[in-house]
Design a protein around this ligand. Structure first.
Ligand code: C5P
Length: 209
């Protein structure tokens, strides 16, 4: 039995108390992977941004809002896990400043200053101890395979799952699973639940001892 950390869903970066930056991630792929892992008998901790869906009741679910919060939570949980599946779509940018009060309209254009948020998968993977593994996802719109392989190496992932923008918020998915040498180890498509179950078998076969 492995203990698996899954990051899932989008994150939100507040501009003020009522407005935020986010993306259309539904958490459905994370939900399906959690289901597959639980069915295979593993312990699952899901760290999730705000989503409408529910995770399997057998999982421990830790809800978070921002990318920084997702990272801090994962840094606490990962040391006691065997592996990480980073399927979340964390917001890559945050406003430099979160206004305490609602930003008021002035009739003038509003310029937002954004800075990059930390990369959760890369940060956790850099702390991997022997036996720990990390699976990343790459959503690419051009030079897909090349960019995914580069990302896998940069983020020290043991497998990288490549999908296109049509995956976001959809019920279907088509993915390519890449190993660190760049070889395609699986090509899967269909409903997310199906794809997740087959993807989890690939992960289990290659990474879970
Ligand atoms: O670089 P890109 O965002 O395309 O990489 C996607 C992978 O990195 C996914 O596995 C995603 O969960 C992870 N990621 C992350 N923290 C971020 C941005 C992306 O863990 N801030």
């Amino acid at each position: 039995v492995a203990r698996i950390l899954i990051t899932s869903g989008p994150t939100r970066q507040h501009l003020d108390p009522v407005r935020y930056l986010t993306n259309a991630s539904s958490g459905r792929m994370g939900q399906s992977l959690a289901q597959a892992a639980v069915e295979a008998g593993h312990e699952v901790v899901v760290v999730s941004g705000p989503v409408e869906i529910e995770y399997p009741p057998q999982c421990e679910v830790i809800p978070v809002v921002s990318t920084e919060e997702m990272l801090a939570t994962c840094q606490r949980v990962f040391p006691n896990c065997d592996g990480l599946i980073g399927v979340a779509a964390p917001s890559d940018y945050r406003p430099v400043k979160v206004e305490e009060h609602k930003i008021k309209k002035t009739g003038e254009p509003l310029v937002l200053h954004l800075v990059e948020t930390p990369d959760i998968v890369a940060t956790l993977a850099s702390t991997k101890r022997a036996g720990q593994w990390v699976v990343g996802f790459a959503l690419e719109t051009e030079d897909q395979r090349f960019r995914a392989i580069t990302k896998m190496q940069k983020k020290s992932c043991d497998l990288m799952v490549l999908n296109g923008p049509e995956a976001i918020s959809a019920h279907q998915n088509a993915i390519e699973v890449l190993a660190p040498g760049g070889e395609v180890v699986a090509n899967l498509s269909g409903p997310k639940f199906e794809v997740a179950r087959r993807l989890f078998s690939v992960i289990a076969e290659r990474l879970i001892t």
